[in-house]
Write a protein that binds this ligand. Structure first.
Ligand SMILES: Cc1cc2nc3c(=O)[nH]c(=O)nc-3n(C[C@H](O)[C@H](O)[C@H](O)COP(=O)(O)O)c2cc1C
Length: 261
């Protein structure tokens, strides 16, 4: 009987390992378009949810037809021509990380703990009867353990919160993780961002804080047992609705007489 080559088992394992890794790589590459499509679908659902118009039994694409995605330059607050930056393929986080289109934030400015800020942001214009009814804005900031990502819907009056959707975070379930509790998110509805003098007054306060009736319209009660996450949410709102966030955009829209002016 011919003797088996001593390296034969080694070659067999090598061939098997190579075949398996090729299979895994092919699956990863092949499934990427599906993963991207699912991610995009999920984002759209969260935008619709923040705007308070998500219907579970209607195709998301159909519901999203009333929403126009646009790019703005955060510094000037002006809309960017879709021919220059296409909103459909715009990656906001990658933009923040790029040296050409993002910048490092000074610690004194970076109250949301995001480290880098993009020069451009997506904004979603939610239309009703051909007019902008509300806008949905992407925000993010550090909680206790993680960066929290959310969409905030603001009425076309640029002051009234219509809804919020925290869609990604790594806070503790039952504590900071309650940011994604629909009941808590509902408590944001109809709160005001700015005083009649235009000062940012919106505040997410420690759970159970006594609030005077005249300030109640600006206050969201924080998450009980999760004061640190609550403070993170408060700071991210202050950042994104302040001068380094969407304030120049709001000023620009007001200068044009509003969205439908
Ligand atoms: C395992 C563990 C997980 C926690 N997760 C959170 C969290 O996600 N968010 C948060 O604000 N506090 C969290 N805390 C609580 C904080 O350590 C801290 O006690 C709390 O934020 C203070 O809030 P309080 O003043 O409302 O009690 C956690 C504590 C422990 C022990």
């Amino acid at each position: 009987m011919a003797e088996e080559h001593p390296l034969k088992p080694f070659y067999s394992v090598l061939v098997l390992a190579f075949a398996c890794s090729a299979l895994v790589a092919a699956a990863a590459v092949g499934l990427r378009p599906l993963q991207d499509a699912n991610r995009s679908l999920d984002q759209k659902k969260n935008i619709l949810a923040a705007a308070g118009i998500y219907q579970i039994n209607k195709p998301v694409a159909e519901q999203f037809e009333s929403i126009e995605a646009r790019i703005i330059e955060l510094g000037s607050g002006k809309f960017v021509d879709p021919g220059k930056i296409d909103p459909a393929s715009f990656n906001q986080l990658a933009t923040a990380l790029s040296d050409n289109s993002g910048k490092e934030l000074d610690k004194s400015i970076d109250i949301a703990g995001i480290r880098r800020l993009e020069n451009y942001s997506l904004v979603y214009l939610v239309k009703k009867n051909e007019k902008v009814d509300e806008i949905v804005l992407p925000v993010r900031g550090k909680g206790l353990w993680s960066t929290l990502y959310a969409y905030v819907a603001i009425d076309a009056d640029l002051n009234t919160v219509r809804g919020v959707s925290f869609y990604q975070h790594g806070e503790t379930p039952g504590l900071g993780g309650e940011v994604s509790n629909p009941r808590w998110q509902k408590s944001w509805q109809d709160k005001k961002l700015f005083s009649p003098q235009g000062q940012l007054q919106f505040d997410v306060v420690k759970s159970g804080t006594q609030v005077s009736p005249e300030n109640a319209i600006y206050r969201v009660d924080g998450l009980s047992g999760a004061t640190l996450t609550t403070q993170g949410v408060d700071r991210l709102m202050r950042f994104w609705f302040g001068q380094h966030g969407f304030q120049p955009f709001f000023e620009e829209v007001r200068k044009q007489g509003g969205f439908n002016g």
